[in-house]
Design a protein around this ligand. Structure first.
Ligand code: KIV
Length: 262
């Protein structure tokens, strides 16, 4: 049975965890979705892991659409989420155009980075039948504004604002939230404050779902590995087994462990 938005909502209601992994091409899409991973994210991380940039900023809507179409061709039933690249959510019109392109390429949902100010844009996307995931915390498209890739929400005021933003985005119609690099205690409070599924990366086991960048969880990394990454190729003979091990670890609550959290 294909995974849909309703599947994720039901997971939240039943207290079941779901797994998310980035995917960028048809072959890996086939492997990842056959392994039981629930959601495949065509992330703008492709700018770093595929294109070799040092940030996600150069990625275009055409890049994400190209990879979304490839992932859709290999998909064996996962839900496909595609990233709105840098600046495409600057105005509701630009967000609508980009979301149109990505949904036409095969996405089932779009993800956009930002905070409470995205409420209007989310409302317009929803009215046009586009399910939305809102990405909070360390939003890599704002790396220059943050002065680096840093954990977000460590100070009490910042944590309070993040939780208020999460509630505002839910009220605006966001279907899912994604939290990146957020202290575990803040995540726990935020997850309890909203009724929609929350996906985490470096945000702790309290999230309803977990996501990693595929290259990171296969141990194919250049440079320093982030604290929240686990190499699921360790102890496995092949990539398919690593995808299954990740899926099992997320769904059983074994990943992330405390050493992956802030
Ligand atoms: O672009 C991406 O792959 C992402 C994940 C890191 C969540 O946004």
């Amino acid at each position: 049975m294909a995974v849909t938005l309703r599947t994720l909502q039901q997971c939240k209601l039943d207290g079941k965890k779901f797994s998310v992994l980035t995917a960028y091409d048809a072959t890996f899409s086939h492997q990842i979705s056959s392994a039981g991973i629930d959601v495949m994210l065509i992330g703008d991380s492709l700018g770093m892991v595929l294109q070799g940039h040092d940030s996600t900023l150069p990625v275009t809507t055409a890049d994400i659409a190209y990879h979304t179409a490839a992932v859709a061709r290999g998909n064996q039933g996962a839900l496909i989420m595609a990233d709105l690249p840098f600046m495409t959510a600057a105005t509701p019109e630009r967000a609508l155009d980009a979301a149109h392109t990505l949904m036409a390429a095969g996405a089932n949902m779009v993800k956009l980075e930002g905070a409470g100010w995205l409420a209007d844009t989310i409302g317009i996307l929803k009215r046009n039948g586009v399910p939305v995931c809102a990405h909070l915390g360390l939003t890599p498209q704002s790396v220059n504004a943050f002065g680096g890739y840093r954990v977000q929400g460590r100070e009490a005021d910042a944590a309070k604002k993040m939780i208020a933003d999460a509630k505002a985005l839910e009220a605006a119609g966001a279907d899912v939230l994604l939290l990146e690099c957020v202290p575990r205690a803040v995540t726990a409070e935020l997850v309890a404050a909203v009724g929609i599924p929350v996906i985490g990366i470096g945000a702790g086991p309290e999230c309803d779902g977990q996501v990693l960048v595929m290259h990171d969880m296969l141990g194919v990394t250049v440079g320093k590995t982030a604290r929240f990454v686990k190499n699921f190729m360790d102890g496995q003979d092949n990539i398919n087994a690593a995808f299954k091990a990740y899926d099992e670890a997320v769904k059983s609550g074994n990943f992330p462990a405390s050493e992956h959290c802030f």
